[in-house]
Write a protein that binds this ligand. Structure first.
Ligand SMILES: C[S@@+](CC[C@H](N)C(=O)[O-])C[C@H]1O[C@@H](n2cnc3c(N)ncnc32)[C@H](O)[C@@H]1O
Length: 240
């Protein structure tokens, strides 16, 4: 029988935010394919889950996914596509041998996660494969919690924007919604700050770096933050 492919959200960093289900399935799967952004770096997802789940006895295989932009409905960079294909083939070999495979991923798999690209690539090769997506605590919720703030209440409307993909519509988007969550902001903060200043919203915005981790940092002076080198795990919440 074919094994099952589990894409498992491991939360934003605090090991206590790994769900009971994630822990149980990670314990059950003998093979983990762990994503990493840099060839010689560590896997963030593995580092997070290792705070709660024993790694002994697991076959842990690293997969490198280059940090390149993926635009929906446009051709994908060949290097990125090749990484998905390579990952899918390696995972498929295990599944075809009847082994359950876990693919842990940062936060929640439904939000900008490589897990879904890999899953889609796998299902193109073998459409009937058993696949299970296990939700996790997203960094969006963790960032709101870090500032004891709701994301939306009552009839508030919220939008999530990957700030690196600014296409000239960010001003309009920020103006339209009650709450704006800006992810992937670490390299574009000066632009974001300029826009928020123009819209007179700087005092409504907060930057959360490494939410839920022991080195979490909350910054309300975004203009000052924009002058610093920020961690990749940085999210801005604008709540009007
Ligand atoms: C590729 S997305 C992954 C999102 C993830 N799937 C989730 O549910 O949180 C990476 C972006 O998530 C945000 N992020 C991830 N972890 C974070 C954390 N601990 N604190 C603040 N932002 C974080 C940052 O905006 C980062 O650039």
């Amino acid at each position: 029988m074919t094994g099952t492919f589990y894409v498992i959200g491991v939360g934003p960093g605090d090991p206590e935010l790994l769900t009971l289900k994630a822990a149980r399935l990670l314990e059950k799967c003998p093979v983990w394919f762990v994503p990493k952004a840099h060839q010689n770096g560590d896997s963030t997802a593995l580092t997070i889950l290792a705070g709660s789940v024993a790694t002994e006895g697991k076959e842990i295989l690293e997969l490198h996914f280059p940090m390149k932009k993926v635009r929906m409905h446009q051709a994908v960079d060949p290097e990125v596509e090749a990484a998905w294909q390579k990952a899918a083939e390696a995972i498929l070999a295990k599944l075809n041998a009847g082994i359950d495979v876990a693919f842990p991923t940062l936060g929640d798999p439904a939000i900008y996660s490589t897990g879904f690209y890999v899953c889609d690539t796998l299902l193109k090769i073998a459409p009937r494969l058993p696949v299970s997506i296990v939700p996790g605590v997203s960094s969006i919720g963790a960032s709101a919690a870090a500032v004891n703030q709701p994301l939306c209440l009552g009839d508030d409307r919220m939008v999530v924007v990957p700030a690196t993909f600014e296409n000239g519509q960010l001003r309009e988007t920020i103006a339209q919604f009650d709450t704006v969550v800006l992810m992937k902001v670490h390299r574009v903060m000066p632009k974001v700050v300029g826009l928020l200043a123009e819209l007179d919203l700087l005092d409504k915005a907060v930057l959360v770096e490494r939410s839920s981790r022991s080195d979490q940092r909350v910054r309300r002076d975004l203009a000052a933050a924009a002058k610093d080198e920020l961690h990749y795990f940085s999210t801005v919440i604008v709540r009007k």
